[in-house]
Design a protein around this ligand. Structure first.
Ligand code: ATP
Ligand code: MG
Length: 423
């Protein structure tokens, strides 16, 4: 069939067999950031195109070629968010959250970028995002990193390392920019097309090139750390001292610039070698100029974003397994009038045994086929309601994961018995 329905390229369905792992990771991460005082903000997926152009920067991969942009029915240009920071800042400004207040916020959900789909790189992907607005740092920069280190530790993720750098102030970066233009102009005949274009408009982006042919050139380029202004150098030194004191290892990567324009001073990336070339798991930095650039008062801010697909893959690569959420009991009903009783019993148990997970046999079937389904459900026990058991006020409890014998329990003792054996 030529017009068979298909999913959109680079946009994945998260199926039940993996969604449990997703939820476990998301809830663990949420609990940790909440315990540090971050509060959730939920945002629209769509924003004015202008917001992303102004915040991320015109001469970036995202704005140049990765955004899903379309006219709304009234003609206004809208864009599916490619990242979360711009929306958080927009929401903070339009709701007055940054007026004489500091905010520690988290948000999560899908992001959209028209990239070449491959392992670890999708067109709809999920991020967990944390932003601290109104804080100068470097204390909050350190806390954000320490908080992420705690996540890895809690999740048993060890194949990960931290890289940090400082991009200084915009003024300091202007000096660095000149040095970069001079250097890259001297090797212009070796630059790729993207880099030549960036040489004029945004030479820092050349350092972020994913083209392996550019690697040697980028490595020989001048480094930002030699151009840092004094205040940024102090800020960076203080961040390193706080990380040292907290026992969080890091390496300084002077080529780390990050793919968005709005960063200043601290930038960092948690990277892994366990996932092939898609090694960036959690990336962040300081964006002291962004609120002002979007029309607000000068407001320092810092945050990070973590790719959830990459977190899931890394968790598994480190041997992680989410706790299983199979049923506790599977109820089999056999014979005349037993189904009604089984439903009533299931509801009673749900009232009486806190948190019990019950799966009912649906669609009838012989004893054998009901037991087959019970086994497949992963349940610990099958509850067997036959005509004769019910007539005697009894129910059969059959262990499904051990060789123990089936037992009979009086119906009015069932809840108490289950409460005991399921602990
Ligand atoms: P990369 O260098 O891999 O392109 P990035 O610098 O574009 O990453 P950010 O914009 O900083 O990434 O986004 C934060 C995190 O979101 C990344 O560290 C990564 O884990 C994840 N991420 C980014 N783009 C994608 C994508 N297309 N598919 C899946 N995850 C992604
Ligand atoms: Mg990218």
């Amino acid at each position: 069939m030529s017009n068979k329905l298909r999913a959109i390229r680079g946009m994945n369905d998260i199926l039940p067999e993996v969604s449990g792992t997703w939820r476990y990771l998301e809830s663990t991460v949420q609990a940790i950031v909440e315990s540090y005082g971050y509060r959730e903000i939920r945002l629209p997926l769509l924003e004015q195109t202008e917001l992303f152009k102004r915040s991320i920067g015109e001469v970036t991969d995202i704005v140049e070629k990765e955004m899903y942009t379309f006219p709304d029915r009234n003609g206004e240009s809208l864009t599916l968010r490619p990242e979360a920071t711009a929306g958080v800042v927009r929401a903070g400004m339009t709701n007055g959250l940054f007026h004489n207040q500091k905010q520690k916020l988290w948000t999560t959900g899908p992001m959209f970028r028209y990239e070449k789909p491959q392992q670890g790189r999708y067109r709809q992907f999920y991020q967990f995002d944390v932003e601290a607005v109104g804080f100068d740092g470097p204390d909050v920069d350190a806390e954000l990193i320490i908080m992420s280190a705690r996540m890895w530790q809690r999740l048993g993720i060890d194949k990960i390392r931290l890289e940090i750098n400082s991009l200084g102030t915009p003024a300091a970066r202007a000096g660095y920019r000149e040095a970069l233009v001079e250097y890259f102009s001297s090797v212009k005949n070796q630059l790729d097309e993207d880099s030549i274009r960036r040489l004029e408009q945004n030479p820092l982006r050349i350092l972020d090139s994913k083209n392996p042919d550019m690697k040697a050139l980028v490595e020989a380029a001048p480094i930002m750390l030699d151009f840092l202004d004094e205040a940024s150098a102090e800020h960076f030194a203080a961040l390193k001292a706080l990380l040292d004191a907290a026992g969080v290892p890091y390496s300084v990567n002077p080529r780390l610039v990050r793919g968005l324009d709005y960063y200043s001073r601290t930038v960092f990336e948690w990277v892994t070698d366990a996932l092939g070339s898609q090694g960036a798991v959690c990336s962040g930095g300081r964006y002291d100029g962004l609120v002002e650039k979007l029309g607000g008062r000068p407001t320092p801010a810092v945050g990070w974003a973590m790719g959830i697909e990459r977190l899931v893959a890394l968790f598994e690569a480190c041997g992680g397994k989410a706790p299983v959420a199979d049923a506790d009991v599977y109820i089999a009903a056999l014979g005349e009038g037993t189904l009604e009783r089984a439903f009533a019993l299931a509801e009673e148990l749900r009232d009486q045994v806190t948190g019990i997970r019950i799966e009912m046999n649906l669609g009838g079937g012989s004893f054998k086929s009901q037991m087959k389904r019970a086994d497949k459900s992963g349940a610990e026990y099958a509850l067997i309601l036959g005509e004769q058991e019910l007539a005697e006020g009894q129910v059969g409890i059959k262990p499904l994961r051990s060789t123990d014998d089936q037992e009979s329990v009086a119906l009015d003792e069932l809840a108490a018995t289950l409460a005991k054996i399921l602990r």
